[in-house]
Design a protein around this ligand. Structure first.
Ligand code: COA
Length: 92
C-alpha cells in the first residue's frame, strides 16, 4: 500500500498485492474527492505498476468500478490495460 502525502495531508492511496498465480492485483485506488484531477491518481498508479514490475509479476489485473468513476476504463486503457469482461489486464 502507498499513501500519497502532499503538504502533510494524505491525498490518496493505492492498495496492491501479488496473487498466488504470479499476477499483481490493484485492490483499491482512491484520491480524496477535493484532490482529484490534479495528477495524484496517475502518480499512485504509475508507482504501483513500477513496484509490481520490479517484483517480477507476470502482469497486473484489476476490476474497474465504473459506477464510481465513469472514465476509469479509458484511463486504464491508456496505461495499457485490456478489458476482458469485468476485468482489466496489463501484461508485460
Ligand atoms: C480514479 C481516481 C483514483 C483518479 O484520481 P485523480 O487524481 O483524479 O486522477 P488524475 O488527476 O491523475 O487523472 C487520471 C486520468 O484521468 C483523467 N481524468 C481525471 N478526471 C477526469 C474526469 N472528470 N473526466 C475525464 N477524465 C478525467 C485525467 O485526464 C488523467 O488522464 P491522463 O492519464 O491522460 O492524464 C479518482 O477519480 C478516484 O478516487 N475515484 C473514486 C474511486 C475509484 O473510482 N477508484 C477506482 C476503482 S477501480
Amino acid at each position: 500500500m502507498f499513501e500519497l502525502i502532499v503538504q502533510n495531508e494524505i491525498v490518496g492511496e493505492i492498495v496492491f498485492s501479488i496473487a498466488p498465480d504470479g499476477f499483481g492485483v490493484i485492490n483499491l485506488i482512491e484520491v480524496k474527492p477535493n484532490c482529484r484531477g490534479k495528477g495524484f491518481g496517475n502518480q499512485l498508479l504509475n508507482e504501483a505498476i513500477a513496484q509490481l514490475k520490479c517484483q517480477g509479476v507476470k502482469g497486473i489485473r484489476l476490476t474497474p468500478i465504473k459506477t464510481k468513476t465513469p472514465f476509469i476504463v479509458d484511463w486504464y486503457k491508456k496505461k495499457g490495460f485490456v478489458l476482458n469482461r469485468d476485468r482489466m489486464l496489463l501484461t508485460f
